[in-house]
Design a protein around this ligand. Sequence first.
Ligand code: NI
Length: 232
Amino acid sequence: MNKSKLSASLFALALAAPLAHAHEAGDIIVRAGAITVNPKADSSSVKVDQGPLSGANLGGKATMSSDTQLGLNFAYMLTNNWGIELLAASPFEHDVKIKGTALGAANGKLGTLKHLPPTLSVVYYPLDAKSAFQPYVGAGINYTWIYDEHVGSEAQANGFSNFKAKNSWGMAFQVGADYMITDNIMINAQMRYIDIDTRATVENDAVAPGTRARVNVDVDPFIYMVGLGYKF
Ligand code: NI
């Protein structure tokens, strides 16, 4: 390529780049990527709430591992700057551990649970529609459906059974950015904070018949997603 051809194509590129515009009223944006849920998991101490030891405070706390799944966003632009967005994902699975209780056999891995955290948000894109770079902020409501709670084999051997955790409604906040690499395809990165609170209970007839313990957990995860998007 000679010099004049090169400068001509650079000039064409410079002209074309600002035209790779993003996000106008009526656009539908679908994003997919790797999404990680990293629970903060602040919890109350473990308390016995049923059975002969009811009221006993065992101390300690619950923790949860993080997990990465396939994340999906479905967004619809109401105006050039405002959109609504639904977060969906393949099911997350977390290990639940109990630490530092007065009952030695209760410490360690309690089990696993799965959840789906669909979140509906209103999203604001401050830059004008011609910008290829589209940062955004959003706020919305989350419903976390917790299911498939299982007591781990070691905890089961120590008499634990019937592990359950309650579903949660809460607020969700996010920041993110799209960068248009063509008129339709974008790179996306986003971060969310979701207020997820649950109450977990587990039974143990080996400690004393009819014993149930409970722990309140502020799961309150930070959620990270990176991926690609397509604008229809
Ligand atoms: Ni919370």
